[in-house]
Ligand binder design. Structure first.
Ligand code: ZN
Length: 401
């Protein structure tokens, strides 16, 4: 009897505008030749300026995000997809070609970071604690946002037989993520940053009130703390202690975070057995919730999806997610994104320090060792071919227990 070691499956993220420019058939043939089992094709995307070194330098710009497949408007409720009609035809072309050559086509789906929804429906926007609307993000607590995303995924599943949805950004992003030429001259200390990530939109406030929280009182305390932190007023320790013992704050934060869990659950329930739902499991709330409650939140998020997406370069965070997943009666399959980073302007310093060709194999092996069996390269159009080949060769040398 011989046993065959389980193989490491690989996929690669792709932008539809890159496939359109480089040629769908040619690009998919090249991707298949490299041994990738699937592409993760962006179906929706956030604002972007992306520079591709392939097939001659190319800049793609989009200021407010959009939907990049031919969504069927009549299926949707109040939030109707803002389709980029010039690029949307790539999706059916890529789906047909993928089917022809036996490759899977997954949907890379940006969820909350969709400024175009904020423009069309301001009531869906996330609202910062001091009352200003976020320009970039919608809130998962709004039922119309969750309904829109569940419909969107169903639309893709029905039209293209998508077997897996990678939901990106279901947990609220940092309040100042991707600000346009930011003008923040003051220091925003960590406690103020964490509190600034909370939402006080109409939906979140109603959910808080329903839970018996004095939302107006809580909001005033939070703004007072943020302002005192930014002004560097004395007694930072007293403020931190007050936050840590604020039961209403913990309850409000949990309800806000659980809106993201509900979003994933709504998408998974809509899809049923049609497709798997893979989610980047993360929490920005550990400092507020404490380890026990944050572990429980992360576990709820894992349980809501059918696969867990890690980031290979999240060296400190991955073991915790893998450990929580392993305690489930039905642990989810683990997948991990690998990003080749050489540009410090797009990458946090900690990830930069852990990246580089000399560390690639060790980092990928570390993921394989705690059970990751799918690695996704970010991203085909943004990398020169030598990087793609290097990644594939390194994956081929991993040891799988
Ligand atoms: Zn909200």
């Amino acid at each position: 009897m011989s046993s065959v070691a389980p193989a490491m499956r690989t996929t690669t993220y792709c932008y539809p505008w890159d496939l359109q420019r480089l040629g769908v058939s040619r690009s998919l043939a090249e991707i298949a030749d490299r041994g990738f089992a699937a592409i993760d094709l962006a179906a929706t995307y956030h604002p972007i300026d992306s520079l591709s070194p392939r097939g001659g330098l190319n800049l793609f710009s989009n200021a407010r995000g959009a939907v990049f497949f031919p969504a069927r408007a009549m299926r949707y409720g109040r939030i109707e997809p803002a389709v980029d009609a010039a690029i949307a035809p790539v999706w059916p072309a890529a789906a047909a070609e993928a089917q022809r050559i036996g490759m899977a086509i997954n949907s890379w789906t940006i969820t909350l970071f969709q400024p175009w929804i904020v423009d069309a429906h301001p009531d869906c926007a996330r609202v910062l604690p001091w009352g200003d609307r976020s320009g970039s993000g919608v809130c998962a607590a709004h039922p119309d946002v969750r309904a829109y995303l569940a419909t969107l995924c169903m639309d893709l599943a029905e039209q293209f037989g998508v077997p897996l949805f990678r939901l990106e950004g279901v947990v609220s992003h940092a309040f100042d993520l991707d600000w346009l030429r930011p003008r923040t001259l003051v220091r925003v200390p960590p406690l103020a940053r964490t509190l600034a990530n909370l939402c006080f939109c109409g939906s979140c406030k109603a959910r808080g009130s329903d839970a018996g929280i004095d939302v107006a009182g809580l909001q005033a305390r939070i703004v007072g703390t943020i302002e005192a932190e930014i002004a560097d007023q004395p007694d930072a320790e007293g403020r931190a202690a007050a936050v840590a013992s604020d039961g209403e704050l913990v309850a409000y934060t949990e309800r806000y975070a659980d809106a993201s869990v509900e979003l994933v659950r709504d998408v998974a329930e809509a899809l049923g057995d049609r497709a798997a739902v893979s989610v980047t499991v993360a929490s920005p709330w550990r400092a507020l919730l404490g380890e026990t409650r944050d572990d429980a939140l992360l576990t709820r998020l894992i349980e809501a999806c059918t696969q867990v997406d890690l980031n290979v370069l999240n060296i400190p965070g991955n073991p915790l997610i893998a450990r929580l997943n392993a305690t489930l009666a039905e642990p989810r399959p683990l997948s991990a994104l690998f990003v080749e980073v050489r540009n410090p302007t797009v990458t946090p310093a900690a990830m930069m320090a852990e990246s580089g060709p000399d560390k690639m194999r060790a980092n990928l092996q570390r993921c394989a060792d705690f059970g990751v069996r799918e690695l996704s390269l970010y991203n085909f159009g943004l990398l020169p071919d030598v990087d793609v080949r290097n990644f594939v060769e390194t994956v081929g040398r991993l040891t799988l227990a």
